[in-house]
Design a protein around this ligand. Structure first.
Ligand code: SF4
Ligand code: SF4
Ligand code: SF4
Length: 422
């Protein structure tokens, strides 16, 4: 048993009434026989993981993508996805971790290294020969939608370079950019800063580190703990000052708010102060709107826009605030996806044995986009890996809702993915 994190999740298995609702909603169990479903690998198998019991006979828990659809539908609140994450951590603690999973967990390190020479890194990662090699040797699917390093510098270098142009104000907000914005998609951070400043806020971008999610989902709890401790040290001071910490990546914010403290049993006063201060950016913008303080000087954008709220967004239990804000923009015909998951689930769909499962899970979403007709030129989604999967599965560009909001304020070019005038 993984005792250090048992208490906040484990006992929930006793609430299972064996209704099987989770199994009928699980998108992975629906497309593969390799995964027997949440009830079996979650609460049922968990009994074998208790002290004094032989270890679970079933390693199929590795096929759980961690999408948390089961948690959403379970009528009694069993923390199935967390039980599964713990079981994976136990397997890693017992048997070690593969080089591939260790690498996939090092998002921040990979981002940093590739950013030293991004063109070379992109060539190294994306040419057909290395993709086949990575597939055969490392087990990273050759078709998987891996990101490209930014060729225009990191988000951090932009923020430093433009420091004297940034808005100064009594109203301040802290921005948590995460690794994807830092190294691959700095334009998301630029759009976020532009929107926040347009609404009168000075944006503080403090030193921060990876939230640790890829390690948590690959079962490396010890390393994830170090990352979360790093963020507690770097960010809690701002939380104590009463500042909101907003993030554009739904997976980063969910990890800071909930996944890391809960899975790692990190419930100190400092950890709780940090978690209470973290917001998804649209959750926070919706508060501003409800207070009558969100600027509404929107330019019209005529487009049909299929929108997918990623599963990690739904796990925030805050509704769909990005959708509520996008609906304020004149001209946008927003079409809401009810697909359960895009299939990528962080790094899950990158793995050679899971790539096709991810694509089959994603078909529900890809089909939804196709059904919206030929007028669709792009889709929208708040999570980076989901956007990359959406682009891969539909062939259409995908944008973060903050890019669309920045464009509606006339600050951002949606096609070029750049601030206007930059
Ligand atoms: S939905 Fe919840 S209560 Fe029903 S079988 Fe699954 S874990 Fe048990
Ligand atoms: S987290 Fe997702 S893949 Fe895992 S058991 Fe739950 S619904 Fe299935
Ligand atoms: S969830 Fe966010 S901080 Fe964590 S690895 Fe991904 S981008 Fe980095």
């Amino acid at each position: 048993m993984f005792t250090e994190s048992w208490l906040s999740v484990g006992p929930s298995l006793d609430d299972c009434i064996k209704c099987n609702i989770c199994s009928s909603y699980c998108p992975v169990a629906a497309v593969t026989d390799l995964f027997p479903g949440p009830k079996y690998v979650g609460p049922q198998a968990q009994r074998f993981r208790e002290n004094g019991q032989p270890h679970s006979p079933d390693h199929s828990v590795d096929y759980c993508s961690g999408c948390r659809v089961c948690n959403e539908v379970c009528p009694t609140g069993v923390k199935i996805a967390e039980l599964n994450a713990r079981a994976r951590a136990q397997i890693v603690a017992d048997q070690g971790i593969s080089l591939r999973n260790r690498l996939l967990g090092r998002n921040e390190l990979l981002g940093k290294v590739g950013s030293i020479a991004p063109s070379l890194a992109n060539f190294g990662l994306h040419n057909p020969v290395s993709r086949v090699l990575a597939d055969k040797v490392m087990g990273i699917a050759k078709e998987a939608p891996l990101p490209h390093w930014s060729r225009n510098g990191t988000f951090g270098s932009w923020i430093k370079r433009t420091g004297d142009q940034r808005l100064r104000s009594d109203r301040k907000v802290v921005y948590y950019h995460g690794c994807a914005t830092m190294y691959y998609e700095p334009f998301i951070g630029k759009a976020a800063v532009a929107v926040l400043e347009h609404n009168g806020f000075e944006v503080i971008v403090p030193p921060q580190n990876c939230c640790g999610l890829p390690m948590l989902s690959n079962g490396e709890f010890k390393a994830a703990r170090n990352y979360h401790e790093g963020n507690i040290q770097k960010l809690t001071g701002y939380a104590r000052e009463g500042l909101a910490i907003v993030g554009t990546s739904t997976s980063c914010t969910l990890t800071l708010k909930e996944e890391a403290p809960e899975l790692l049993d990190m419930h100190s006063e400092e950890a709780n102060t940090l978690k209470m201060a973290v917001w998804d950016i649209f959750e926070w913008l919706r508060e501003l709107y409800q207070a009558g303080e969100l600027r509404s000087d929107f330019h019209r954008i005529d487009m049909v826009l299929p929108y997918h709220a990623p599963c990690q967004y739904r796990a925030h239990r805050v509704g769909k605030p990005a959708m509520e804000i996008l609906m304020l923009i004149p001209g946008i015909d927003l079409r809401e996806s009810h697909a359960r998951c895009c299939g990528i689930a962080g790094t899950y769909g990158y793995k050679v044995e899971k790539y096709q499962i991810g694509m089959d899970v994603g078909e529900e979403l890809f089909g939804f986009v196709r059904e919206q007709g030929d007028a669709v030129e792009m889709t929208a989604c708040d999570s980076e890996t989901c956007r990359w999967q959406l682009e891969h599965g539909t062939g259409l560009p995908s944008r973060h809702p903050i890019e669309i909001l920045a464009a509606a304020y006339g600050l951002y070019d949606l096609e070029a993915r750049a601030l206007v005038g930059s």
